[in-house]
Design a protein around this ligand. Sequence first.
Ligand SMILES: Nc1ncnc2c1ncn2[C@@H]1O[C@H](COP(=O)(O)OP(=O)(O)OP(=O)(O)O)[C@@H](O)[C@H]1O
Ligand SMILES: [Mg+2]
Length: 246
Amino acid sequence: MLELKKVSFKPDGNPVLDEVDLQVNRGEIFVVMGASGAGKSTILRLLNGLLAPDSGQVLVDGIDITKLKEKQLVAIRRKVGMVFQSAALFDSLTVAENVGFAWRKEKISHHEFHARVDKTLDVVGLAGIGARMPAELSGGMKKRVGLARAVAMNPKAILYDEPTAGLDPMSSNTILTLIKDLNTRLAVTSIMVTHDLPGAFAIADRIALLYKGKIAFIGTVEEMKAAALPLVQEFVSGQRMHGQAV
Ligand SMILES: Nc1ncnc2c1ncn2[C@@H]1O[C@H](COP(=O)(O)OP(=O)(O)OP(=O)(O)O)[C@@H](O)[C@H]1O
Ligand SMILES: [Mg+2]
């Protein structure tokens, strides 16, 4: 359902992505890993039309979105929701206004707006906090509100940019469990960018490792653990050396 075909992105002439081919299947949890600056966030931005590639095709349900006008891209961004690393909440709006931001132009009653918000907050395990301000939330709760805002669009796919970065292990686990749970419950396709290898191993159907503008490895968790490729071994043991049990 989401596909990159020979996609290159070279903002200053240097390729961040170099003719990358990638196919993410409907309903899977796909994880993108790689060093800082490898182009992980770029892939997510390309997939929902926030960035345009220099060459190649970006297909969403078979439609090449690189050919679409801004107005049509708005519809794509509803279909392919993004949860940003920083949660990116509007600090001056309540949690309810943040979650229901996409509905602000719809003609729905105050009552229905809040009923919908409550239902959406319930999906991420935060029922009843609609009246709070973002500043009153913990980091993990903010991420869940960011997730609720994406869920509010009724997306077919959700892109997560480092959803567990900066969280303690327990909050990270809550988010990972939620991502897995939503993937099934909402029947969405999920793509997660992360530096958290144990987290990726816990929920991924497949993992891709980006290196020097190319996909150096792609496969299941078992395949990654068993991969003889020095780059993968280095990546996996490098994460171990940083104190994370794999
Ligand atoms: N719109 C843009 N214009 C110019 N350069 C860009 C643009 N977007 C990304 N880049 C460059 O592309 C490279 C990859 O960036 P990207 O944010 O995708 O990395 P990343 O893998 O997500 O890294 P991190 O793990 O640090 O988040 C960086 O060198 C960045 O400066
Ligand atoms: Mg990034």
